[in-house]
Design a protein around this ligand. Structure first.
Ligand SMILES: [Zn+2]
Length: 580
Protein backbone atom coordinates (compact mmCIF):
# COMPACT_ATOMS: atom_id res chain seq x y z
CA UNK A 1 0.00 0.00 0.00
CA UNK A 2 1.12 3.56 -0.59
CA UNK A 3 1.91 5.64 2.44
CA UNK A 4 -1.12 7.82 1.77
CA UNK A 5 -3.39 4.78 1.66
CA UNK A 6 -1.90 3.38 4.87
CA UNK A 7 -2.55 6.69 6.57
CA UNK A 8 -6.11 6.78 5.28
CA UNK A 9 -6.82 3.24 6.48
CA UNK A 10 -5.28 4.08 9.85
CA UNK A 11 -7.40 7.20 10.04
CA UNK A 12 -10.54 5.19 9.32
CA UNK A 13 -9.70 2.48 11.82
CA UNK A 14 -8.66 4.88 14.54
CA UNK A 15 -10.35 8.29 14.78
CA UNK A 16 -7.33 9.84 16.47
CA UNK A 17 -3.87 8.93 17.60
CA UNK A 18 -1.95 9.70 20.74
CA UNK A 19 1.21 11.76 20.52
CA UNK A 20 3.16 8.56 21.12
CA UNK A 21 1.61 6.92 18.06
CA UNK A 22 1.89 10.02 15.88
CA UNK A 23 5.60 10.35 16.65
CA UNK A 24 6.43 6.67 16.14
CA UNK A 25 6.66 6.25 19.94
CA UNK A 26 9.39 8.85 20.25
CA UNK A 27 7.39 11.31 22.34
CA UNK A 28 4.74 11.20 25.03
CA UNK A 29 2.12 13.88 25.69
CA UNK A 30 2.38 16.53 28.38
CA UNK A 31 -0.34 16.98 31.01
CA UNK A 32 -2.47 19.45 29.02
CA UNK A 33 -2.45 17.34 25.87
CA UNK A 34 -3.28 14.22 27.91
CA UNK A 35 -6.27 16.04 29.39
CA UNK A 36 -7.35 17.03 25.84
CA UNK A 37 -7.04 13.39 24.75
CA UNK A 38 -9.28 12.37 27.65
CA UNK A 39 -11.80 15.07 26.72
CA UNK A 40 -11.74 13.81 23.14
CA UNK A 41 -12.56 10.30 24.38
CA UNK A 42 -15.48 11.77 26.29
CA UNK A 43 -16.69 13.68 23.23
CA UNK A 44 -16.37 10.67 20.91
CA UNK A 45 -18.01 8.07 23.15
CA UNK A 46 -21.07 7.99 25.36
CA UNK A 47 -19.33 5.35 27.46
CA UNK A 48 -16.70 7.79 28.75
CA UNK A 49 -16.75 10.44 31.46
CA UNK A 50 -13.77 12.54 32.48
CA UNK A 51 -13.62 13.84 36.00
CA UNK A 52 -11.13 14.98 38.63
CA UNK A 53 -10.53 13.09 41.86
CA UNK A 54 -8.62 15.89 43.53
CA UNK A 55 -6.09 18.62 43.05
CA UNK A 56 -2.32 18.34 43.19
CA UNK A 57 -0.26 20.67 45.42
CA UNK A 58 0.70 22.63 42.28
CA UNK A 59 -2.97 23.01 41.40
CA UNK A 60 -3.50 20.44 38.67
CA UNK A 61 -6.63 18.33 38.49
CA UNK A 62 -6.01 14.64 39.15
CA UNK A 63 -7.61 13.22 36.02
CA UNK A 64 -9.91 10.21 36.21
CA UNK A 65 -11.47 8.67 33.12
CA UNK A 66 -14.49 6.47 33.80
CA UNK A 67 -15.52 3.94 31.15
CA UNK A 68 -18.89 2.24 31.45
CA UNK A 69 -21.36 0.93 28.86
CA UNK A 70 -24.15 1.57 31.35
CA UNK A 71 -22.91 5.14 31.94
CA UNK A 72 -22.46 4.13 35.58
CA UNK A 73 -20.24 7.11 36.30
CA UNK A 74 -20.44 7.17 40.09
CA UNK A 75 -19.80 4.51 42.75
CA UNK A 76 -23.48 3.86 43.54
CA UNK A 77 -24.44 3.50 39.89
CA UNK A 78 -21.43 1.22 39.38
CA UNK A 79 -22.46 -1.00 42.29
CA UNK A 80 -25.98 -1.29 40.89
CA UNK A 81 -24.62 -2.79 37.66
CA UNK A 82 -23.01 -5.64 39.64
CA UNK A 83 -19.99 -5.39 37.34
CA UNK A 84 -16.46 -5.40 38.72
CA UNK A 85 -14.68 -2.05 38.82
CA UNK A 86 -11.08 -2.12 37.59
CA UNK A 87 -8.81 0.77 38.58
CA UNK A 88 -5.88 1.23 36.18
CA UNK A 89 -3.32 3.80 37.31
CA UNK A 90 -0.40 5.12 35.32
CA UNK A 91 2.39 7.48 36.22
CA UNK A 92 2.55 6.99 39.99
CA UNK A 93 6.23 7.23 39.01
CA UNK A 94 5.73 9.79 36.27
CA UNK A 95 8.94 8.92 34.42
CA UNK A 96 7.60 5.38 33.94
CA UNK A 97 4.80 6.59 31.74
CA UNK A 98 4.00 3.64 29.44
CA UNK A 99 0.63 3.14 31.14
CA UNK A 100 -0.62 6.60 30.15
CA UNK A 101 -0.17 6.00 26.43
CA UNK A 102 -1.25 2.36 26.61
CA UNK A 103 -4.38 3.23 28.61
CA UNK A 104 -5.41 6.07 26.30
CA UNK A 105 -4.96 3.83 23.25
CA UNK A 106 -6.87 0.98 24.84
CA UNK A 107 -9.77 3.19 25.98
CA UNK A 108 -9.96 4.63 22.46
CA UNK A 109 -10.02 1.12 20.99
CA UNK A 110 -12.69 0.10 23.49
CA UNK A 111 -14.99 3.10 23.30
CA UNK A 112 -14.36 4.87 19.97
CA UNK A 113 -13.17 2.38 17.35
CA UNK A 114 -14.88 -0.30 19.49
CA UNK A 115 -12.36 -2.91 18.34
CA UNK A 116 -12.15 -4.00 21.98
CA UNK A 117 -15.65 -2.99 23.04
CA UNK A 118 -16.12 -6.45 24.59
CA UNK A 119 -13.69 -5.48 27.38
CA UNK A 120 -16.38 -3.20 28.77
CA UNK A 121 -19.14 -5.79 28.60
CA UNK A 122 -18.72 -7.02 32.18
CA UNK A 123 -16.41 -4.40 33.68
CA UNK A 124 -16.25 -0.73 34.57
CA UNK A 125 -12.84 0.88 34.09
CA UNK A 126 -11.42 3.74 36.12
CA UNK A 127 -8.29 5.08 34.43
CA UNK A 128 -5.80 7.52 35.94
CA UNK A 129 -3.59 8.54 33.01
CA UNK A 130 -1.15 10.39 35.26
CA UNK A 131 -1.41 9.86 39.01
CA UNK A 132 1.68 11.92 39.91
CA UNK A 133 0.72 14.97 37.82
CA UNK A 134 3.18 17.47 39.31
CA UNK A 135 6.06 15.03 38.93
CA UNK A 136 4.94 14.44 35.34
CA UNK A 137 5.38 18.11 34.52
CA UNK A 138 8.96 18.08 35.78
CA UNK A 139 9.50 17.00 32.19
CA UNK A 140 12.92 16.36 30.71
CA UNK A 141 15.31 14.17 28.79
CA UNK A 142 17.42 13.28 31.81
CA UNK A 143 14.85 11.84 34.21
CA UNK A 144 15.25 8.09 33.59
CA UNK A 145 18.90 7.20 33.17
CA UNK A 146 18.27 3.46 32.75
CA UNK A 147 15.29 3.74 30.40
CA UNK A 148 15.01 3.64 26.59
CA UNK A 149 12.50 6.39 25.75
CA UNK A 150 10.33 8.30 25.35
CA UNK A 151 12.55 11.26 24.40
CA UNK A 152 11.39 13.22 27.43
CA UNK A 153 9.27 12.18 30.37
CA UNK A 154 8.26 13.17 33.91
CA UNK A 155 9.98 12.69 37.25
CA UNK A 156 9.64 9.82 39.72
CA UNK A 157 8.29 11.68 42.75
CA UNK A 158 5.92 14.52 43.62
CA UNK A 159 6.60 18.24 43.84
CA UNK A 160 7.29 17.64 47.57
CA UNK A 161 9.83 14.95 46.69
CA UNK A 162 7.59 12.17 48.01
CA UNK A 163 7.35 8.76 46.37
CA UNK A 164 3.62 8.02 46.14
CA UNK A 165 4.41 4.32 45.98
CA UNK A 166 5.81 4.43 49.52
CA UNK A 167 3.00 6.60 50.86
CA UNK A 168 0.04 4.24 50.86
CA UNK A 169 -0.09 3.78 54.65
CA UNK A 170 1.19 7.04 56.16
CA UNK A 171 -0.69 9.03 53.50
CA UNK A 172 1.40 12.19 53.81
CA UNK A 173 0.87 13.36 50.23
CA UNK A 174 -2.13 15.39 49.10
CA UNK A 175 -2.25 13.04 46.11
CA UNK A 176 -2.46 9.96 48.39
CA UNK A 177 -5.34 11.48 50.35
CA UNK A 178 -7.19 12.08 47.07
CA UNK A 179 -6.41 8.53 45.90
CA UNK A 180 -7.71 7.06 49.18
CA UNK A 181 -10.91 9.06 48.88
CA UNK A 182 -11.42 7.68 45.39
CA UNK A 183 -10.54 4.14 46.45
CA UNK A 184 -12.78 4.09 49.50
CA UNK A 185 -15.77 5.45 47.61
CA UNK A 186 -15.47 3.21 44.53
CA UNK A 187 -13.92 0.16 46.28
CA UNK A 188 -12.53 -1.11 42.95
CA UNK A 189 -12.39 -4.89 42.64
CA UNK A 190 -8.97 -4.92 40.96
CA UNK A 191 -6.09 -2.45 40.98
CA UNK A 192 -3.57 -2.37 38.12
CA UNK A 193 -0.49 -0.19 38.65
CA UNK A 194 1.69 0.56 35.61
CA UNK A 195 5.48 0.97 35.99
CA UNK A 196 8.78 0.45 34.17
CA UNK A 197 11.57 -1.59 35.77
CA UNK A 198 15.04 -0.74 36.86
CA UNK A 199 17.49 -3.60 37.34
CA UNK A 200 18.99 -6.22 35.08
CA UNK A 201 18.95 -6.90 31.34
CA UNK A 202 17.02 -9.93 30.02
CA UNK A 203 14.66 -10.90 27.22
CA UNK A 204 11.30 -10.45 29.00
CA UNK A 205 9.41 -7.36 27.84
CA UNK A 206 6.73 -7.50 30.56
CA UNK A 207 7.39 -8.38 34.17
CA UNK A 208 4.70 -8.35 36.81
CA UNK A 209 3.86 -8.90 40.44
CA UNK A 210 0.58 -9.97 41.99
CA UNK A 211 0.45 -10.91 45.62
CA UNK A 212 -0.49 -14.50 46.35
CA UNK A 213 1.49 -14.92 49.57
CA UNK A 214 0.28 -14.83 53.17
CA UNK A 215 -0.35 -11.07 53.01
CA UNK A 216 -3.20 -11.64 50.53
CA UNK A 217 -6.62 -12.96 51.60
CA UNK A 218 -6.97 -16.62 50.47
CA UNK A 219 -9.87 -15.96 48.08
CA UNK A 220 -7.94 -13.10 46.46
CA UNK A 221 -4.77 -15.19 46.17
CA UNK A 222 -6.81 -18.00 44.58
CA UNK A 223 -8.36 -15.59 42.07
CA UNK A 224 -4.91 -14.31 41.09
CA UNK A 225 -3.56 -17.84 40.68
CA UNK A 226 -6.39 -18.74 38.36
CA UNK A 227 -6.99 -15.46 36.53
CA UNK A 228 -3.44 -14.20 36.23
CA UNK A 229 -1.19 -17.23 36.30
CA UNK A 230 -3.46 -19.73 34.51
CA UNK A 231 -5.20 -17.43 32.03
CA UNK A 232 -4.00 -13.85 31.52
CA UNK A 233 -0.24 -14.36 31.45
CA UNK A 234 -0.33 -17.41 29.16
CA UNK A 235 -2.62 -15.35 26.86
CA UNK A 236 -0.10 -12.50 26.94
CA UNK A 237 2.77 -14.79 25.99
CA UNK A 238 0.63 -16.36 23.27
CA UNK A 239 0.13 -12.91 21.74
CA UNK A 240 3.86 -12.50 21.22
CA UNK A 241 5.21 -11.23 24.54
CA UNK A 242 7.62 -12.81 26.97
CA UNK A 243 6.47 -12.23 30.53
CA UNK A 244 7.89 -13.13 33.92
CA UNK A 245 7.20 -12.48 37.57
CA UNK A 246 9.10 -9.37 38.69
CA UNK A 247 12.85 -9.97 38.59
CA UNK A 248 15.29 -9.18 41.40
CA UNK A 249 18.72 -10.71 41.07
CA UNK A 250 20.48 -11.97 44.18
CA UNK A 251 23.66 -10.48 42.72
CA UNK A 252 23.26 -7.50 40.38
CA UNK A 253 26.50 -8.44 38.64
CA UNK A 254 25.68 -12.12 38.14
CA UNK A 255 22.30 -13.44 36.91
CA UNK A 256 23.54 -17.02 37.50
CA UNK A 257 23.40 -16.36 41.27
CA UNK A 258 19.61 -16.58 41.00
CA UNK A 259 16.51 -14.57 41.79
CA UNK A 260 14.90 -13.48 45.01
CA UNK A 261 11.60 -11.93 46.13
CA UNK A 262 11.18 -9.23 48.73
CA UNK A 263 8.75 -9.48 51.65
CA UNK A 264 5.63 -7.34 51.17
CA UNK A 265 5.03 -4.07 53.01
CA UNK A 266 1.81 -2.12 52.53
CA UNK A 267 3.52 1.19 51.74
CA UNK A 268 3.39 -0.16 48.16
CA UNK A 269 0.18 -0.08 46.09
CA UNK A 270 0.06 -3.85 45.56
CA UNK A 271 0.43 -4.86 49.20
CA UNK A 272 -1.87 -2.05 50.26
CA UNK A 273 -4.59 -3.41 47.96
CA UNK A 274 -4.13 -6.81 49.62
CA UNK A 275 -4.85 -5.21 53.05
CA UNK A 276 -8.00 -3.73 51.51
CA UNK A 277 -9.00 -7.27 50.40
CA UNK A 278 -8.41 -6.53 46.74
CA UNK A 279 -6.30 -8.26 44.10
CA UNK A 280 -3.77 -6.02 42.45
CA UNK A 281 -1.41 -6.35 39.55
CA UNK A 282 1.86 -4.52 39.10
CA UNK A 283 3.05 -4.12 35.52
CA UNK A 284 6.79 -3.50 35.18
CA UNK A 285 7.76 -3.27 31.53
CA UNK A 286 11.46 -3.73 30.89
CA UNK A 287 13.31 -0.40 30.86
CA UNK A 288 15.78 -1.48 28.13
CA UNK A 289 13.04 -2.23 25.60
CA UNK A 290 12.13 0.70 23.32
CA UNK A 291 9.08 2.81 24.09
CA UNK A 292 6.90 1.24 21.39
CA UNK A 293 7.59 -2.27 22.69
CA UNK A 294 6.87 -1.19 26.25
CA UNK A 295 3.63 0.67 25.48
CA UNK A 296 2.36 -2.27 23.44
CA UNK A 297 3.45 -4.63 26.24
CA UNK A 298 1.43 -2.58 28.71
CA UNK A 299 -1.53 -2.33 26.30
CA UNK A 300 -1.64 -6.08 25.79
CA UNK A 301 -1.22 -6.79 29.51
CA UNK A 302 -4.17 -4.51 30.29
CA UNK A 303 -6.12 -6.18 27.49
CA UNK A 304 -5.55 -9.76 28.70
CA UNK A 305 -6.34 -8.81 32.30
CA UNK A 306 -9.58 -7.14 31.23
CA UNK A 307 -10.42 -10.13 29.03
CA UNK A 308 -10.01 -12.32 32.08
CA UNK A 309 -12.18 -10.05 34.24
CA UNK A 310 -14.89 -10.18 31.55
CA UNK A 311 -14.54 -13.94 31.07
CA UNK A 312 -15.61 -14.59 34.66
CA UNK A 313 -16.66 -11.35 36.31
CA UNK A 314 -18.54 -13.23 39.03
CA UNK A 315 -15.37 -15.03 40.14
CA UNK A 316 -13.66 -11.70 40.83
CA UNK A 317 -16.71 -10.25 42.62
CA UNK A 318 -17.00 -13.40 44.73
CA UNK A 319 -13.28 -13.41 45.68
CA UNK A 320 -13.53 -9.81 46.85
CA UNK A 321 -16.78 -10.41 48.73
CA UNK A 322 -15.28 -13.38 50.60
CA UNK A 323 -12.17 -11.37 51.43
CA UNK A 324 -14.23 -8.45 52.77
CA UNK A 325 -16.25 -10.83 54.96
CA UNK A 326 -13.12 -12.57 56.24
CA UNK A 327 -11.49 -9.24 57.16
CA UNK A 328 -14.46 -8.41 59.41
CA UNK A 329 -14.08 -11.62 61.43
CA UNK A 330 -11.71 -12.22 64.38
CA UNK A 331 -8.40 -13.85 63.56
CA UNK A 332 -4.69 -13.24 63.25
CA UNK A 333 -3.11 -10.65 60.99
CA UNK A 334 0.43 -11.25 59.73
CA UNK A 335 2.49 -8.07 59.99
CA UNK A 336 6.10 -8.86 59.17
CA UNK A 337 7.31 -11.27 56.52
CA UNK A 338 10.53 -12.79 55.32
CA UNK A 339 11.65 -14.68 52.28
CA UNK A 340 12.43 -18.28 53.24
CA UNK A 341 15.67 -20.04 52.31
CA UNK A 342 13.78 -22.53 50.16
CA UNK A 343 14.36 -22.06 46.45
CA UNK A 344 12.89 -23.59 43.33
CA UNK A 345 14.55 -23.82 39.95
CA UNK A 346 13.42 -21.56 37.14
CA UNK A 347 14.59 -20.96 33.59
CA UNK A 348 15.81 -17.38 33.25
CA UNK A 349 15.52 -16.02 29.72
CA UNK A 350 18.52 -13.73 29.85
CA UNK A 351 21.07 -12.36 27.47
CA UNK A 352 24.74 -13.25 27.15
CA UNK A 353 27.01 -11.41 29.54
CA UNK A 354 30.54 -11.36 30.77
CA UNK A 355 32.00 -10.36 34.12
CA UNK A 356 35.25 -8.49 34.40
CA UNK A 357 37.18 -6.38 36.83
CA UNK A 358 36.43 -2.67 36.39
CA UNK A 359 39.11 -0.04 36.78
CA UNK A 360 36.28 2.49 37.25
CA UNK A 361 34.46 0.93 40.21
CA UNK A 362 37.29 -1.30 41.35
CA UNK A 363 34.93 -4.27 41.51
CA UNK A 364 33.47 -6.88 39.17
CA UNK A 365 31.22 -5.34 36.55
CA UNK A 366 28.68 -7.04 34.29
CA UNK A 367 28.70 -6.31 30.56
CA UNK A 368 25.52 -7.43 28.82
CA UNK A 369 25.57 -8.58 25.21
CA UNK A 370 22.58 -9.26 22.99
CA UNK A 371 22.67 -13.00 22.27
CA UNK A 372 19.93 -14.99 24.05
CA UNK A 373 21.14 -16.99 27.02
CA UNK A 374 18.93 -19.30 29.08
CA UNK A 375 20.04 -20.11 32.60
CA UNK A 376 18.62 -22.56 35.14
CA UNK A 377 18.70 -20.50 38.33
CA UNK A 378 17.41 -20.63 41.90
CA UNK A 379 14.37 -18.54 42.65
CA UNK A 380 13.57 -17.82 46.30
CA UNK A 381 10.04 -16.51 46.25
CA UNK A 382 8.46 -18.20 49.24
CA UNK A 383 7.25 -15.63 51.77
CA UNK A 384 6.32 -16.47 55.34
CA UNK A 385 5.11 -14.37 58.26
CA UNK A 386 7.53 -13.83 61.14
CA UNK A 387 5.32 -11.56 63.27
CA UNK A 388 1.55 -11.99 63.47
CA UNK A 389 -0.92 -10.54 65.94
CA UNK A 390 -4.30 -11.60 67.24
CA UNK A 391 -6.82 -8.94 66.31
CA UNK A 392 -8.25 -7.24 69.38
CA UNK A 393 -11.97 -6.58 69.35
CA UNK A 394 -11.19 -2.85 69.05
CA UNK A 395 -8.44 -0.28 69.50
CA UNK A 396 -8.94 2.92 71.41
CA UNK A 397 -7.00 6.05 70.46
CA UNK A 398 -6.90 9.07 72.79
CA UNK A 399 -8.37 12.13 71.06
CA UNK A 400 -5.18 14.20 71.04
CA UNK A 401 -3.51 11.91 68.46
CA UNK A 402 -5.31 13.72 65.67
CA UNK A 403 -2.90 12.93 62.80
CA UNK A 404 -3.29 9.20 63.35
CA UNK A 405 -7.07 9.53 63.62
CA UNK A 406 -7.18 11.53 60.36
CA UNK A 407 -5.15 8.89 58.54
CA UNK A 408 -7.41 6.08 59.82
CA UNK A 409 -10.38 8.04 58.51
CA UNK A 410 -8.66 8.60 55.16
CA UNK A 411 -8.30 4.82 54.78
CA UNK A 412 -12.04 4.37 55.09
CA UNK A 413 -11.83 2.84 58.58
CA UNK A 414 -15.15 3.13 60.44
CA UNK A 415 -14.54 5.00 63.70
CA UNK A 416 -16.59 5.73 66.81
CA UNK A 417 -16.10 8.61 69.23
CA UNK A 418 -16.60 8.15 72.98
CA UNK A 419 -19.42 10.29 74.36
CA UNK A 420 -18.16 9.82 77.92
CA UNK A 421 -14.95 8.62 79.57
CA UNK A 422 -14.37 4.89 79.92
CA UNK A 423 -12.22 2.93 82.32
CA UNK A 424 -11.33 -0.73 82.41
CA UNK A 425 -8.66 -3.28 81.63
CA UNK A 426 -6.87 -2.71 78.34
CA UNK A 427 -3.94 -4.43 76.72
CA UNK A 428 -1.21 -2.25 75.30
CA UNK A 429 2.48 -1.89 74.54
CA UNK A 430 5.54 -0.37 76.09
CA UNK A 431 8.14 0.57 73.49
CA UNK A 432 11.77 0.72 74.53
CA UNK A 433 15.21 1.38 73.06
CA UNK A 434 14.01 3.60 70.23
CA UNK A 435 16.46 4.28 67.45
CA UNK A 436 15.83 6.73 64.62
CA UNK A 437 17.21 6.58 61.11
CA UNK A 438 19.71 9.41 60.71
CA UNK A 439 18.74 10.21 57.12
CA UNK A 440 15.14 11.00 56.17
CA UNK A 441 13.14 8.42 54.28
CA UNK A 442 10.09 9.78 52.50
CA UNK A 443 10.31 12.93 54.58
CA UNK A 444 10.36 11.08 57.90
CA UNK A 445 12.89 9.45 60.17
CA UNK A 446 11.63 5.94 60.74
CA UNK A 447 12.08 4.51 64.22
CA UNK A 448 12.81 0.98 65.39
CA UNK A 449 12.23 -0.14 68.98
CA UNK A 450 11.56 -3.11 71.21
CA UNK A 451 7.98 -4.03 72.04
CA UNK A 452 6.70 -5.28 75.39
CA UNK A 453 3.08 -6.39 75.59
CA UNK A 454 1.09 -5.05 78.53
CA UNK A 455 -1.75 -7.31 79.63
CA UNK A 456 -5.03 -6.09 81.16
CA UNK A 457 -3.83 -2.78 82.60
CA UNK A 458 -6.33 -0.47 84.29
CA UNK A 459 -6.67 2.61 82.13
CA UNK A 460 -8.98 5.57 81.62
CA UNK A 461 -9.77 6.99 78.19
CA UNK A 462 -11.43 10.42 78.04
CA UNK A 463 -14.55 11.38 76.14
CA UNK A 464 -13.64 12.11 72.53
CA UNK A 465 -11.30 9.11 72.32
CA UNK A 466 -11.72 7.19 69.11
CA UNK A 467 -12.75 3.54 69.09
CA UNK A 468 -11.63 1.47 66.09
CA UNK A 469 -13.76 -1.70 65.92
CA UNK A 470 -12.11 -4.56 64.04
CA UNK A 471 -15.35 -6.19 62.87
CA UNK A 472 -15.10 -4.26 59.60
CA UNK A 473 -13.59 -4.89 56.21
CA UNK A 474 -10.83 -2.31 56.62
CA UNK A 475 -9.57 -3.99 59.81
CA UNK A 476 -6.32 -5.30 58.22
CA UNK A 477 -5.34 -1.69 57.44
CA UNK A 478 -6.24 -0.55 60.97
CA UNK A 479 -4.25 -3.41 62.50
CA UNK A 480 -1.19 -2.62 60.37
CA UNK A 481 -1.33 1.05 61.33
CA UNK A 482 -2.08 0.58 65.03
CA UNK A 483 0.08 -2.44 65.91
CA UNK A 484 3.50 -0.84 66.52
CA UNK A 485 5.40 -3.79 65.03
CA UNK A 486 3.86 -3.31 61.59
CA UNK A 487 6.50 -2.19 59.07
CA UNK A 488 4.28 0.77 58.13
CA UNK A 489 2.71 1.38 61.53
CA UNK A 490 2.04 4.84 62.89
CA UNK A 491 4.84 4.33 65.41
CA UNK A 492 7.33 3.18 62.76
CA UNK A 493 6.62 6.25 60.62
CA UNK A 494 7.03 8.61 63.58
CA UNK A 495 3.42 9.61 64.31
CA UNK A 496 4.06 8.82 67.99
CA UNK A 497 7.68 10.02 68.29
CA UNK A 498 6.85 12.36 71.17
CA UNK A 499 6.04 9.44 73.50
CA UNK A 500 9.73 8.56 73.59
CA UNK A 501 10.79 11.92 75.02
CA UNK A 502 11.74 12.59 78.63
CA UNK A 503 10.22 15.93 79.66
CA UNK A 504 11.30 16.46 83.31
CA UNK A 505 14.91 16.38 84.48
CA UNK A 506 16.41 16.12 87.94
CA UNK A 507 19.18 18.52 88.99
CA UNK A 508 22.32 16.61 89.91
CA UNK A 509 22.48 18.01 93.44
CA UNK A 510 18.85 17.00 94.00
CA UNK A 511 19.56 13.47 92.77
CA UNK A 512 22.71 13.26 94.93
CA UNK A 513 20.62 13.79 98.04
CA UNK A 514 17.78 11.52 96.91
CA UNK A 515 20.17 8.71 95.88
CA UNK A 516 21.71 8.62 99.34
CA UNK A 517 18.27 8.44 100.97
CA UNK A 518 17.23 5.62 98.61
CA UNK A 519 20.41 3.63 99.31
CA UNK A 520 19.95 4.03 103.07
CA UNK A 521 16.41 2.67 102.86
CA UNK A 522 17.06 -0.24 100.51
CA UNK A 523 20.06 -2.59 100.91
CA UNK A 524 19.01 -4.47 97.75
CA UNK A 525 19.39 -1.26 95.77
CA UNK A 526 23.02 -0.89 96.89
CA UNK A 527 23.79 -4.39 95.59
CA UNK A 528 22.12 -3.56 92.29
CA UNK A 529 24.05 -0.28 92.02
CA UNK A 530 27.36 -2.00 92.74
CA UNK A 531 26.62 -4.59 90.09
CA UNK A 532 25.93 -1.82 87.58
CA UNK A 533 29.23 -0.14 88.49
CA UNK A 534 31.09 -3.17 87.16
CA UNK A 535 30.28 -1.88 83.67
CA UNK A 536 32.94 0.77 82.86
CA UNK A 537 30.61 2.58 80.45
CA UNK A 538 28.19 3.02 83.35
CA UNK A 539 30.68 3.79 86.09
CA UNK A 540 32.43 6.44 83.97
CA UNK A 541 29.19 8.32 83.27
CA UNK A 542 28.02 10.63 86.09
CA UNK A 543 24.74 11.22 84.26
CA UNK A 544 23.96 7.51 83.97
CA UNK A 545 24.88 6.92 87.61
CA UNK A 546 22.43 9.57 88.77
CA UNK A 547 19.86 8.43 86.23
CA UNK A 548 20.00 4.94 87.77
CA UNK A 549 18.36 6.39 90.88
CA UNK A 550 16.03 8.79 89.07
CA UNK A 551 14.52 5.89 87.11
CA UNK A 552 13.91 3.96 90.33
CA UNK A 553 12.34 6.91 92.13
CA UNK A 554 8.64 7.83 92.15
CA UNK A 555 9.53 11.00 90.16
CA UNK A 556 10.39 9.03 87.04
CA UNK A 557 7.80 9.47 84.25
CA UNK A 558 6.48 5.96 83.65
CA UNK A 559 4.65 7.10 80.53
CA UNK A 560 7.88 7.37 78.54
CA UNK A 561 7.57 4.84 75.73
CA UNK A 562 4.05 3.89 76.80
CA UNK A 563 2.01 3.53 73.61
CA UNK A 564 -1.19 5.45 74.29
CA UNK A 565 -3.41 3.27 72.10
CA UNK A 566 -5.34 0.65 74.06
CA UNK A 567 -6.33 -2.82 72.86
CA UNK A 568 -9.80 -4.02 73.80
CA UNK A 569 -9.38 -7.78 73.96
CA UNK A 570 -12.94 -8.94 74.61
CA UNK A 571 -15.98 -7.45 72.90
CA UNK A 572 -17.55 -4.61 74.86
CA UNK A 573 -20.09 -1.91 74.18
CA UNK A 574 -18.87 1.69 74.32
CA UNK A 575 -20.90 4.85 74.88
CA UNK A 576 -19.92 6.13 71.45
CA UNK A 577 -21.26 7.58 68.22
CA UNK A 578 -20.00 7.20 64.67
CA UNK A 579 -17.34 9.64 63.48
CA UNK A 580 -18.83 11.23 60.34
ZN1 LIG B 1 7.92 2.48 39.37
Amino acid sequence: MTTALVMMVTALAAPWLTRAERTGFVETSRYEETLQDCRRLEKDSTWIKVTSFGRSPEGRDLILVIASKDRAFDPDAARRTGKPVVLIQAGIHAGEIDGKDAGLMLLRDISVSKRHAALLERAIILFMPIYNVDGHERFGAFNRINQDGPKEQGWRVTSRNLNLNRDYMKADAVETRAWLKLFTSWWPDLLIDCHVTDGADYRYDVTYFAETGPNAPPSVAAWIKSAVEDHAMPALDASGHLSSPFIFLKDDADPAAGRVSFPPTPRFSTSYAALQNRPSFLIETHMLKDYRTRVIGTYDTLRVLLEEVNRDADALKEAVKLADARAARPGTVPLVFRTTDRAGKVTFHGVAYRRELSEISGTVRIVYGSEPLDLEVDRSDEIEPVVSVEKPSAYIVPPQWTEAIDVLKAHGVRLLRLKEPVTGAFDGYRLTEPSWQAAPFEGRHMVTFKTERIKAEQRAYPAGSVVVPTDQRTSPVAVHLLEPQGPDSFVAWGFFDAIFEQKEYAEAYVMEKLSREMLAKDPGLRAEFEKALADPAFSSSPARRLDFFYRRSPWWDNRIGLYPVGLVMSPREFPAEPVP
